[in-house]
Design a protein around this ligand. Structure first.
Ligand SMILES: [Zn+2]
Length: 448
């Protein structure tokens, strides 16, 4: 399941106007794709000496190709994964971004602006991306969202901050090739990606591609990269078949969820019987056709790979849509088991199914699953929403109000969060852990 969250980032820098003070960054959560990207990044981060527990890869719900770093986070658009034909292309992009991280290319930015303003810069780049994506795809809403941000006046001022210097681009390219060499991987994918951008410039005068805004790509940079990439003994090495299958599945999933009906068929016309194509087709069937029709399609995939957690997770989503809450509970339980409890977003889905299935035992189990998920994923707004529902149905009003305050807090709706925190405080003894947490939320002020 691809969960779209709108994460609110506050733009409170000196250059932000009142109109642009709050902007929503479309973040996507998905256990399967997050695990894939973590596997792509793991060897790179290890040789780069970047601490993995402090570095997070965030999926951005944009169709355009973009990737960039901000703070300790690497942001990757879902559109980049779809456009990349091989894992190696995304691994190359990650290696380049880690090159920026390890090179401290953001330090200059951090010295100039404080934490809140760094978030603002991120939002601005996404805003520019949104305008472009909307313009190209004809998505009026996206175009308006992006245009609105650009019109706020933040864009021009911050484009300069977010753009890396030319010397930094060359350094990040060199670092990327070094990491790829040291992990026995090819830099061909990175080169392929950059050649594609270069070709796009000459073909459609695509000067406003978001990736190029944040990563300027002059011709001499490309030839420098090509020279060092070809020197590698691993240049002709390809990804393992297993990794390519996972990549194709991620692409199929994104195509089905983000690019709409028909997108999977178009993309997999040459391999309609591949696992990825059938997976994408099952998702499209459940989203745009009938969930009931999708059940046998998912069951066939599960029969082929019975210990694949994400197939069980998908079955849970399909059954939830088909209003079979108990069936969904069983499918999500299996998925949680198969991920050894390391996929909090699946655990949140299980909590949701348990709440819908109802009954005291299910509600109590939902609370247990959701509380565990929250310890791993503290800002998961959906977890708090389901938790509030479970507590509410069990008559635990104070806990329900506190969970609602948390849900609003992590979604950036601070006024609502304060209102529910105030209500929750009245139901707990002064100084109790719940009272203290509600008090924290009530006192929170957006950093300036
Ligand atoms: Zn770059």
């Amino acid at each position: 399941m691809l969960h779209c969250l709108l994460v609110v980032a506050f733009a409170l820098s000196a250059v932000a106007t009142a109109a642009a003070q709050s902007t929503r960054v479309p973040i996507v959560r998905d256990a399967e794709i997050e695990a894939l990207l973590a596997d792509y990044a793991e060897p790179i981060m290890r040789v780069a000496g970047v601490k993995r527990n402090r570095t997070e890869i965030v999926l951005v719900n944009q169709r355009s190709f973009n990737a960039f770093v901000s703070g300790r986070k690497i942001f990757i658009n879902v559109g980049a994964i779809v456009q990349a034909e091989t894992p190696n292309e995304i691994i190359g992009v990650i290696a380049h971004e880690v090159g920026h991280l390890a090179g401290g290319h953001q330090d200059r930015l951090r010295q100039q602006i404080d934490r809140a303003q760094t978030i603002a810069a991120v939002t601005t780049v996404l805003g520019v991306g949104a305008a472009i994506a909307g313009g190209v795809s004809g998505n009026r809403q996206a175009a308006q969202a992006g245009g609105g941000i650009a019109a706020g006046g933040v864009e021009a001022a911050q484009r300069g901050l977010m753009s890396y210097r030319r010397s930094e681009e060359l350094a990040a390219d060199r670092a990327a090739v070094d990491y790829l060499n040291r992990t026995g991987q090819s830099a061909k994918g990175l080169l392929t990606t950059f050649v594609r951008f270069q070709r796009d410039i000459s073909l459609i005068a695509d000067r406003i591609n978001p990736y190029k805004i944040s990563h300027p790509l002059p011709r001499e940079r490309l030839s420098a990269l090509e020279t060092i990439a070809r020197q590698s003994p691993h240049f002709d090495k390809t990804d393992s078949a297993a990794l390519q299958r996972r990549h194709d599945r991620a692409r199929a999933k994104i195509l089905a969820y983000v690019f709409g009906p028909g997108a999977v068929d178009d993309a997999f016309r040459d391999a309609p019987n591949s696992q990825a194509a059938r997976y994408g087709k099952a998702i499209s069937t459940f989203l745009y056709g009938s969930p009931r029709d999708a059940v046998p399609m998912i069951d066939r995939l599960i029969a082929e790979s019975p210990s694949d957690p994400y197939l069980h997770e998908m079955k849970g989503e399909v059954l939830l849509r088909a209003q079979d809450a108990q069936g969904a509970v069983n499918a999500f339980s299996r998925a949680v088991q198969l991920t050894n409890g390391n996929a909090p977003t699946i655990q949140v889905a299980l909590g949701h199914a348990l709440v819908l299935a109802g009954g005291e035992a299910n509600l109590r189990r939902a609370i247990g699953e959701l509380e565990v998920a929250i310890t791993l994923d503290t800002a998961n707004t959906r977890a708090y929403q389901h938790l509030a529902m479970a507590y509410g149905r069990l008559g635990a009003d104070g806990e329900a109000e506190l969970a609602t305050a948390e849900a609003n807090f992590h979604a950036g709706r601070y006024d609502e969060a304060r209102r529910f925190a105030a209500r929750a405080k009245r139901r707990f003894e002064r100084g109790a852990p719940q009272w203290l947490r509600a008090d924290d939320i009530q006192r929170f002020r957006v950093p300036r």
